[in-house]
Design a protein around this ligand. Structure first.
Ligand code: GDP
Ligand code: MN
Length: 394
């Protein structure tokens, strides 16, 4: 799960990581009032969306004049911001962070994430802050520093010293070395205590008066640990999530929306991945990943079916079930029920194998619905790709 910058900064403050004075506001009027309270020499007005690259897209405005704040707020609020991270559709700005501007002497990059190769939480740091770290890594990989932390040992002072010296901080500004070491310690605590999967501060700035401040903040969390953190759950913003994925979550379905036109419903994540591969091999693109799980019931199948049909791109549906724990006749009941309920007009191919597959196929064949039944995966995939987009005749 991702959160907004203003929420990340709330968390940072809880862990004694310095952030600018600021608050999130939803209207120009509220922004105006808060600016009066803030009473700073420089004001920064920042669009709050779950994407970076806002600066270049016009989502970050800076002014020395307090009277400008409401106009800047009006300009950004409600705007659909397109950045290199939002995709072409962009994201609507519903909230702004209004904060005290910093006088920047130097922009750094600081991140902490789980390195997939070593399995260790790993700090990433660079003197090239404010830019896309991916570009820095591609063009000047020597400027991206890493420091892996063995979680069994935890963050140690030598980890901090290694990074501080590699960044040449003592030469850059000796006054920020100690605060930097504390910041790394605090960041590591936040990361572990909140089960984060990524924390990113870009830019981390050294100010002209020698302070170290997190000027931007991004935190992602491990969804599987969210149940342990009601405070983090409270940060969830459904506006920022794919509506079909939210609905799928309510039915405990693992659904990820993709861009193709063959909707697929499968039991088991591995089989779902294989099914997507087979759809591609047969010459089409999957519209989604959907794992209805090992314990799929008639109800979950019906819910999955309704979600597939809400995706207007879908031109054909491929149900691929291997009955292990799940029984194929239950799946058949779900498919039949959902097809009747929605008045299915799209081609559907159902491939059933395993427990009670025969009974399931019989139910489908006798349902009076025009559903194609298959036993072989490759055959079934070719069939649905050939039929996609064709209207079914009853
Ligand atoms: P992003 O573009 O979505 O990553 O948004 P950021 O929060 O990183 O802001 C983009 C850029 O705006 C930063 O790299 C800074 O150069 C600039 N910026 C943001 N806040 C301030 C500030 O308080 N003072 C100054 N001078 N520049 C700022
Ligand atoms: Mn940034």
């Amino acid at each position: 799960m991702n959160i907004h910058e203003f929420q990340a900064k709330e968390l940072f403050a809880q862990f004694d990581i310095p952030v600018p004075r600021g608050k999130a506001m939803k209207t120009p009027r509220a922004a105006e009032k808060w600016a009066a309270v803030l009473d700073a020499p420089v004001f920064v007005v920042k669009a709050q969306i779950h994407a970076g690259g806002r600066g270049k897209a016009g989502g970050v405005k800076i002014t020395r004049n307090r009277a400008d704040v409401p106009a800047l707020a009006r300009e950004i609020l409600g705007k659909v911001l397109v950045t290199h991270q939002t995709g072409p559709k962009g994201r609507k700005v519903r909230r702004l962070l209004i904060e005290e501007g910093a006088e920047i002497a130097k922009e750094l990059y600081l991140g902490l994430l789980v390195d997939r190769d070593t399995g260790f939480p790993t700090f990433i740091a660079s003197t090239e802050g404010g830019m896309d770290i991916e570009d820095v890594a591609a063009q000047t990989p020597e400027k991206v520093l890493r420091e892996a932390i063995d979680p069994a040992v935890g963050f140690q002072p030598h980890h901090g010293r290694n990074l501080a010296f590699a960044l040449e901080l003592p030469a850059m500004d000796n006054a920020v070395v100690k605060p930097f070491l504390s910041m790394l310690d605090n960041l590591y605590r936040l990361f572990m205590e909140k089960n984060a999967s990524l924390v990113e501060i870009n830019p981390l700035v050294i100010t002209t008066d020698h302070r170290l401040i997190a000027l931007d903040g991004k935190v992602s969390f491990d969804d599987n640990a969210l149940c342990k953190h009601p405070d983090v759950q409270a940060f969830r913003d459904l506006h920022e999530e794919e509506p079909l994925e939210i609905e799928a979550g309510r039915h405990n379905l693992n659904y990820v929306k993709l861009d193709g036109d063959i909707g697929c419903m499968v039991n088991g994540a591995g089989l779902a991945m294989a099914t997507m591969d087979v759809i591609k091999l047969a010459g089409a693109e999957p519209a989604n990943f959907l794992d209805v799980g090992g314990g799929a019931t008639k109800e979950t199948v019906a819910a999955g079916f309704r979600i597939l049909l809400k995706d207007k791109k879908v031109k054909g549906i491929f149900v691929n079930i291997f009955g292990g724990i799940v029984r194929c006749e239950r799946i058949a009941h779900g498919v039949i029920e959902a097809s009747k309920e929605v008045g299915m007009t799209l081609p559907v191919v159902v491939r059933l194998q395993g427990t009670n597959a025969e009974e399931g196929r019989k139910l489908l064949a006798e349902s009076g619905l025009k559903i194609d039944v298959a036993t072989d995966l490759w055959e079934a995939a070719q069939k649905i790709v050939a039929m996609k987009g064709k209207r079914r005749k009853r």
